[in-house]
Structure formats: C-alpha cells, structure tokens
Design a protein around this ligand. Sequence first.
Ligand SMILES: Nc1ncnc2c1ncn2[C@@H]1O[C@H](COP(=O)(O)OP(=O)(O)O)[C@@H](O)[C@H]1O
Ligand SMILES: [Mg+2]
Length: 262
Amino acid sequence: MAENILEIKDLSKYFGGLAAVSNCSLNVRKGSITGIIGPNGSGKTTLFNLIAGNLNSNKGSVNFNGENITNTPAYELFSKGLLRTFQIAHEFTNLTVLENLMMVPGNQSGEKLSNVFLKPSLINKEEDLIKQKAKEVVEFLNLGHLSNELAGNLSGGQKKLLELGRTMMVDAKLVLLDEVGAGVNRTLLKDLGTAIEKLNKEKGYTFCMIEHDMDFIERLCDPVIVMAEGSVLFEGSVKNAKKDEKVIESYLGRGSKLKDEY
Ligand SMILES: Nc1ncnc2c1ncn2[C@@H]1O[C@H](COP(=O)(O)OP(=O)(O)O)[C@@H](O)[C@H]1O
Ligand SMILES: [Mg+2]
C-alpha cells in the first residue's frame, strides 16, 4: 500500500467573504513528484501557505508523516523536513551564491554568544562543514562557476535553482515548489527538472509542485492534482487531466485558452 507523506482533510481558508481554499482534501504519496495545477486564483498558493505554516487555516487538518501539523509555524516544520519555495525567489541579493546557502541551516553554534567567546574552534569547524555542504549543493545544481557571484546578479532561472539549493542544505523530506519553473528559460528549466528528479531518486525527496508549464508537469509529475475554486477537481495522470471534461470546463470557464493557460 502506498504511504502518504501528506494528508489534508477539509482544509479551508477565508479572506473576508472569499473562500480561497474550501474544504480541500488531498493526499501526497511518499516518494512521488505530485503536480498541482489550476486556473489563477484557484487557491494553490494559499494551500501551500497553509501547509507550510505561513498562514493559519480556519478549518480542517494537515498531517505530515502521520503527525498532525495543522497551523504549525514554518520554522518548526522546517526542522521536521517540510520546506517550501516561494513564487518569487527569496535570495539575499548582497550575499554570494555560496553565502546564501550557508545562511540556511539553523542552530549554528555561532549564533550563541557564549560560543563565540568560549568555543571559537567549534564554530570554525562547523562553518567549514557548512561551507563544504554548500559547495556540494552548487556542484549538484551546476552552479559551481557562480559560487562567488552575488545572488542579486543571477538570472531568474538561476535564482530558482538557488532556491531549490536552499532546500538541500537541510534534510528535507517534503518540498513544496511554487511555480519554480515560471520565467525560467528552456535550458535552465531542463536543469531544474533534472535536479528535481535527482533529488527525488537519489535523496528520496517527495515533491509537491505548483506549475503552469504542462510539458514540465508531464515530464516530472505523477499524479497531477487539479484545483478549482479552492478545492480538488481532479486527480490522476496528466494525460487524463488534459481530456477530463470538468478540467477543461474549469479553464474555459475563466476565459482561458486551455493549452496555454494551464
Ligand atoms: N492575503 C490575501 N488576502 C486576500 N485575498 C487573498 C490573499 N491571498 C490570496 N487571496 C485570494 O485568494 C484566492 C486564491 O489565491 P491564490 O491562492 O494566490 O491562487 P493561485 O495560487 O491558485 O493563483 C484569490 O482570489 C486571491 O485573490
Ligand atoms: Mg499562486
């Protein structure tokens, strides 16, 4: 039996009178790369905000690895291995690529003032280890040549790769990607896809990814979940989603062109 890493039941979030997420129930299979698609405004990002502890829900529950994590703050989820990336990348523009990655791990000894004075060697050793890890991550992502470049100078696509890299500085179990492919050129999109597949196969990450690019979704995701008006409209293969009447209707109903606007 397939084990679920994430189980969401009857989750709702209201903004004033608007139900952005409405009695939403879905499961994410451990080890999968699950896609989430749906028209703009269908509640995808809000759903991620609820799961990842960036927003509190009004109703319903979220279970992660069998543990109830409903409305748990983001930093606690981070230490449990539940991470997310943002639709707009969150890099530190004035730090280098390597330094950006080195910012990620929490609980560094250097953060404790007493350690700065009493155990400088401990801090140096730890920093060396973190630097080593950061170097491995940039190599993994083919960003080695940009290690010492300021993150603010990276292209949109390279920033997305760096964002993915941040999830590799800790032991992630479930990573939520919000439109990681948006605005990324074809070549880098391929690298991004390869990195996601490698992390999935080699490091056992489960991914749940919101994406508009249907080719990208089709290459990576099984299953795909289609959201409409805050809840799940369809779950299955991308192939079946494309020919599902309800799915087609939900896109057309918004005046969108089906093929371009997924
Ligand atoms: N912070 C907020 N305050 C008020 N309304 C919001 C907020 N965030 C999202 N919404 C609304 O909730 C709905 C779902 O938005 P969102 O989750 O961003 O959709 P998607 O990511 O699928 O495009 C939209 O109607 C949006 O305008
Ligand atoms: Mg969104």
